[in-house]
Design a protein around this ligand. Structure first.
Ligand code: ZN
Length: 258
């Protein structure tokens, strides 16, 4: 290591001014990546909290007396935590169709998704999203996006610590983490979680399959009044297979799959 530093310093002495500046930038970027790798759980939690607060501020959040909020409160009644992570729910009033959950237990449901789904179907989708939190998929996605953000920002605005991150940095990371495609294995695990979740709530677990079917049909119907179906729900090649897996399981468990 000492030898490497000596060689680096020697080569630095022989560089032009521009090359030296570039070299320092590169070094600074490398240090940041090293720092990013030590991102603690507490730092991650702070960043997620800040990002969720910023998203709540920039979206149209339905207030407590709003009918969407009342319905969401009713559907999620008694849902306190996901494997020890305390949950909180809000509705964003928007024509986009989506729902997401963050590692801090914040669940955000879009009003257009609520228009599309029955209560049980909605509960299935929320169960799936909470599955990503309980199984720590969501935490992993945020961590990865933060690392990626810090690394790609080597010459940019990323500050020297994980504190005081710029709004644009947080916005980019939050956007990427929320729309991140989980691995096929994680999606299956979250589907399974949503399925069991519905059963525990005394519902027919096929409701989650019905929800996915509706979302898929909607996406295929270009004349829909809804602007778009957002990731992670926009369909991908394995979507049909996931629906069929849920149907197969529900039938085996003796549920009607109409
Ligand atoms: Zn998912």
């Amino acid at each position: 290591m000492r030898k490497t530093i000596a060689i680096l310093l020697l080569s630095l002495l022989t560089m032009t001014a521009q090359a030296q500046t570039d070299w320092f930038r590169l070094l600074r970027g490398t240090l940041k990546v090293g720092q990013a790798l030590t991102l603690s759980d507490a730092e991650l939690a702070n960043i997620v909290k800040e990002s969720v607060d910023a998203m709540d501020r920039s979206n149209n959040v339905c207030n407590e007396s709003n009918s969407y909020t009342k319905r969401l409160r009713r559907v999620t009644k008694g849902m306190v935590d996901a494997d020890g992570i305390e949950l909180n729910f809000k509705v964003y009033r928007t024509t986009e169709i989506n729902a997401f959950a963050c590692p801090d237990g914040s669940v955000r449901v879009f009003s257009a998704l609520m228009d599309l789904l029955s209560d049980d179907e909605l509960l299935g989708v929320i169960g799936h999203e909470i599955g990503h939190v309980a199984l720590r998929h969501s935490k992993r996605a945020w961590r990865e996006e933060l690392l990626r953000g810090a690394a790609s920002d080597a010459i940019g605005a990323f500050s020297d610590t994980w504190a005081n991150l710029s709004d644009s940095f947080l916005g980019n990371v939050a956007g990427a983490a929320i729309s991140a495609k989980h691995s096929r294995r994680h999606e299956n695990e979250a589907d399974e979680y949503g399925y069991e979740f519905l059963k525990k709530c005394g519902k027919n677990p096929w409701a989650i399959g019905l929800a996915f079917k509706k979302m898929k049909e909607l996406e295929e119907n270009s004349s829909s009044k809804y602007t778009k179906l957002l990731q992670p729900f926009s369909s991908h090649p394995d979507f049909d297979e996931r629906i069929e897996n849920i149907r197969e399981k529900a039938e085996k468990d003796g549920y009607s799959c109409m």
